[in-house]
Write a protein of this length. Sequence first.
Length: 124
Amino acid sequence: MELLFKDSEIKIIVTKGSGPGGQHRNKTETDITIRHLPTGIETKNCETRSKIRNIELAKKQLNQKLIAIATIQSHNDLNSKRQDAVFSKRIRTYNFKRKEVINHLNGKKAPLQDVLNGKLELIQ
């Protein structure tokens, strides 16, 4: 699996474990917290008795979180592009209360009845 971060972008914090496990648990530093410096995301792992294995597991967890964030970001970018394409500029507004039509491309206004009768002075 390819990691999305470099080792220079993370900070590894090693602490002693707490909880059940007896003297070995309290004396060895196997609790791993990895902080991704650019994003501030942290993962913590203390599943095994091996520090190296816990570092590997924490890196995998961090990578999964970064993949999830990148996926969400790409979906958001795609959705914003879709919205821009679908809901781009308004071309004309037909205002029936004021009985006028506004062309948003050039800012001209014309009486609604004239436009409905076919006089398209608004477009020019």
